[in-house]
Design a protein. Structure first.
Length: 256
């Protein structure tokens, strides 16, 4: 078994997932980084430059077989998993009025953003419970990357909103179920973060932010989200569980 703690980060090739993987590498974690495409993510070499051992496990989180392979890779390479970060996610392929949304788009988004993390967490949580019995001194944590879309209506991408609302409930459920094993479960709720996912709507959000959509008038950066995950990984929230941590420039505040 590896001596350093090990984290699985899904969707770690770019954007928020990449920043989280590098933050964890800098905090002394070894990593299993995942992405859906087959090419090696540069995150692997970047994490290694920070002193981490880093394995790449390609896989589609919406597919049971790929999730099993991801966990098997972690077991065979490291023999332990101390942290799971469910970050992989997609927006809708095309914004469509919810009165016209197809079942195909709904199934795709729910499969990747909700069903995938739900059952990956189930698999990893069962393994964490086993590990906890043998190593009660070790800390185990699960972080789900949600979104302000969990509670903000965007009728042109309803299936994305529903998927993220589901992640909020999933966080509460696993936090409740795993508390007896002292496994902390958290949701990070990012606001508008500058990544490939938001590049198509950059002009729209530039304007909204400049007009005051968020009390803190700037785009979020992947590193903003990664630092919050880092605080959890360092054990700074160890008497909390089921917590939603807003990393959104204050978007969630209601203002009058
Ligand atoms: N950007 C924002 O403003 C924002 C705001 C709130 C929440 N979020 C959430 O934050 C998370 C990361 O978003 P991001 O902006 O960093 O996205 P991004 O830049 O588009 O990166 C998405 C990552 O997820 C991976 N991925 C996509 N589908 C996958 C699948 N089926 N199985 C495994 N990996 C898959 C991608 O892998 P490949 O490189 O192989 O395609 C990539 O690593 C998502 O859950 C998103 O919903 C983002």
């Amino acid at each position: 078994m590896a001596e350093r703690p090990v984290a699985i980060v899904t969707g770690a090739s770019r954007g928020i997932g990449r920043a989280i993987a590098l933050e964890l590498a800098s905090l002394g974690y070894d990593l299993v980084v995942n992405r859906v495409q087959d090419s090696l993510p540069k995150t692997k070499t970047e994490a290694e430059e920070l002193g981490a051992q880093c394995e790449f496990a390609q896989g589609d989180v919406s597919k049971a077989e790929d999730r099993r392979r991801l966990v098997e890779t972690t077991k065979s390479k490291f023999g332990r998993c101390d942290m799971l970060v469910n970050n992989a996610g997609v927006s809708v392929a095309k914004r469509v009025d919810m009165l016209e949304t197809t079942e195909e788009s709904f199934d795709r988004v729910i499969g990747i953003n909700l069903k995938g993390p739900y059952f990956l967490t189930q698999q990893v949580a069962n393994w964490m419970i086993e590990q906890k019995k043998e190593h009660p001194e070790r800390a185990f944590r699960i972080v789900n990357i949600g979104s302000i879309s969990a509670y903000t209506s965007s009728p042109a991408r309803g299936e994305y909103c529903v998927s993220k609302a589901g992640v909020t409930m999933m966080t509460k459920l696993y936090a409740d179920r795993l508390a007896e094993y002292n496994i902390g479960v958290f949701e990070i709720s990012p606001g508008i973060i500058e990544t490939d996912m938001t590049s198509a709507v950059k002009g729209k959000y530039d304007k909204l932010i400049a007009e005051g959509l968020t009390p803190i008038r700037r785009w979020g950066r992947p590193e903003d989200v990664a630092k919050a995950v880092g605080a959890i990984a360092e054990g700074r929230l160890d008497f909390s569980t089921g917590q939603v941590i807003n990393v959104d420039g204050g978007f969630h505040l209601r203002r009058l």
